[in-house]
Design a protein around this ligand. Structure first.
Ligand code: DGT
Ligand code: CA
Length: 575
């Protein structure tokens, strides 16, 4: 039996509602499933317990039929009805739901009128202008759908850093223990810490490449081998991620490590610097007059070109070679510099861990303080807090702070930025927090001009401390909303407001490409896990990684302040 919890049941009920809509079933049936999902969300009793004592039908809106289905799900881990329903819908229709502006109704119309079943067919129909005259569509919608398909295709070719890293670290550990391996490392975009990666690049130095290539191809994680020579093996892993292992001699290893770490742009710039020095550079070595310049490490490769070693995260040809030529690299942020964590949700809104569990997890990570930030009232879908609930939470926090003076909990809120730029709650309520994180959670479709004005107004509010996930993008799922980010960063810097680098591996927003700009303008950054459970606090490592890619140092990041300094910082007026 598969383990299934309340979250899974809710997700499946919601999905059934969507599937029924795609099928064109009666709206009453659809609503029954989405209502049941919502009821379970606010259920206080343990779901398994409720099923055991056959009490599901006591919940409003859950009748015999629904009760039977939920019971089947909870007790067996499966639901026959759901499996059959899913199988009856073309998989392409489910994919299309990820295109902004395409809901179940429109997808059904495309199916009925144009017999569209796959993404490819939809794209083709758009290029043939079939949607222009279709009722409910039109030229603008057609263009929007085409753009959406383009994004979807791009998303499919890549993986989240966090997901690839787990797989890659295991592979690397077994590679290091494999027979004949002298050194091994990650390479490519994964070693550079990019937020998404196309594949896993591995490099090994080994005496007998054929033997190692054979060993790698036979790993249990390998689903199929797509290419195999003595120096390179390409495979598809069971996780669906492609992996390349390159095998070189120990003498070639430092050069190959540099080459296969990339980026391509960094390599091009390095080769051109080498050329100016009369040196030829490729993956096998550095050569002067066709004679190898021996290097025992990557450090020595850089040093042969008159450069300080460049951390892999910075190798994007955005000024790292110029910086390395001065001999001094920035002293990039490290996990050990982090002393406190903000933007944490608890069971008071949509989090699943108690305050106590979160404090315990934060202490385990070596933190001196945390900042709680549940959702505000306007975020009703996420259990936003009423002013009364806030008062209760503050009393609890005061009590916990009194009991343990060596650890501090700051009282905060993730306040919705309303469409007109006002913050959720009145001034008196906002005044009661130690910090306020302002966040856009609705009306994503505004023009760039409107969105920028909306966010600037919220940032200008004297209660605002931090701007949450500044572009709203979800990696491989949702593009940023339109906005003038540089103007927002400039404004934040001028008012002493902090910009969030959301460390959730699905967001990593602020993008590293903007971190350097923020730093130059003097805007400070908060690396926030946006944790919805205690284990989520550890996501801060992904934020630290992106901060490093963005050239940030400890002084740029407010999480590096000690408790005393943080208290003074939050007490400051930002009017
Ligand atoms: P990805 O896979 O799209 O996430 O990004 P990378 O950087 O891992 O790209 P990938 O896997 O195609 O190649 C790994 C590294 O190998 C790349 O960062 C630099 C090096 N490399 C690959 N092809 C070329 C090339 O044509 N020229 C140069 N200079 N380097 C290359
Ligand atoms: Ca790669």
């Amino acid at each position: 039996m598969d383990q299934i919890d309340k979250r899974d049941v809710i997700r499946i009920l919601e999905e059934i509602a969507v599937l029924l809509e795609l099928k064109g079933e009666s709206p009453f049936k659809v609503i029954a499933y989405s209502n049941a999902a919502r009821r379970l969300e606010t259920l206080e009793e343990d779901l398994e317990e409720l099923v055991r004592r056959e009490g599901l039908t006591s919940i409003k809106g859950i009748g015999d039929a629904l009760s039977k289905k939920i019971t089947e799900l909870v007790t067996t881990g499966h639901l026959d009805y759901y499996d059959k329903l899913r199988a009856s819908i073309p998989p392409g229709h489910l994919e299309m739901l990820r295109i902004p502006g395409l809901g179940p109704k429109k997808i059904r119309a495309l199916h009925e009128k144009l017999a569209v079943e796959t993404l490819g067919e939809l794209e083709y129909a758009c290029t043939e202008n079939r949607l222009v005259e279709l009722p409910g569509f039109g030229a603008r919608t057609q263009q929007k759908i085409l753009t959406g398909i383009g994004h979807l295709k791009r998303y499919k070719e890549r993986h989240l850093y966090s997901e690839a890293l787990i797989v890659a670290e295991e592979l690397l550990a077994s590679l290091r223990g494999a027979p004949g391996v002298l050194s091994a490392s990650l390479a490519g975009s994964l070693r550079r810490g990019n937020e998404t990666v196309k594949d896993i690049d591995l490099l090994a130095a080994a005496g007998k490449p054929e033997a190692l290539s054979h060993w790698f191809a036979g790993l249990p994680d390998v689903e199929s081998v797509t290419g195999r020579g003595d120096t390179k093996v390409s495979v598809i892993l069971r996780s669906g991620i492609n992996a390349d292992l390159r095998i070189v001699s120990p003498q070639e290893y430092p050069f190959a490590l540099h080459h296969f770490t990339g980026s391509k742009e960094h390599n091009v710039a390095m080769r051109s610097r080498a050329k100016q020095l009369g040196i030829k550079m490729n993956e096998y070595g550095l050569f002067r007059d066709d004679v190898l310049i021996p290097c025992a490490s990557e450090q020595e490769v850089f040093s042969a070109l008159g450069l300080a070693w460049v951390p892999p995260e910075l190798r994007e040809n955005t000024g790292e070679i110029e910086a390395a030529a001065t001999g001094v690299m920035p002293s990039l942020l490290e996990m050990k510099d982090i002393r406190g964590i903000f933007h944490i949700h608890t069971t008071a809104s949509d989090g699943s861990s108690s305050l106590e569990a979160i404090v315990a997890a934060a202490k385990k990570l070596g933190m001196e303080y945390i900042g709680i930030a549940d959702h505000s009232e306007a975020a009703f879908y996420a259990g936003g807090l009423t002013p009364e609930a806030i008062r209760r939470q503050h009393e609890t926090i005061d009590e916990m702070n009194r009991k343990d003076p060596r650890f501090h909990i700051f009282k905060g809120i993730e306040a919705d930025i309303l469409p007109d730029g006002r913050l959720d709650y009145d001034d008196a309520t906002l005044e009661s927090f130690d910090f306020v994180i302002a966040a856009v959670h609705s009306h994503f479709g505004m023009s760039g001009e409107e969105m920028t004005a909306r966010i600037m107004k919220a940032l200008g509010n004297r209660h605002t401390t931090i701007l949450a996930h500044p572009t709203g993008s979800l990696l491989l799922a949702r593009e940023p909303y339109a906005l003038d980010l540089e103007r927002i960063i400039d404004f934040a810097a001028s008012r002493g407001k902090v910009i969030e680098l959301n460390a959730n591996p699905h967001r990593l927003d602020l993008d590293w490409r903007h971190c350097k700009y923020a730093r130059r303008q003097g805007a400070r950054i908060a690396i926030n896990p946006d944790a919805h459970h205690a284990e989520g606090l550890a996501d801060i490592r992904y934020g630290v990684n992106i901060a490093r890619k963005g050239w940030l140092e400890a002084q740029d990041v407010i999480n590096c302040m000690g408790l005393g300094e943080m208290k003074a910082f939050l007490a400051k007026d930002r009017g």
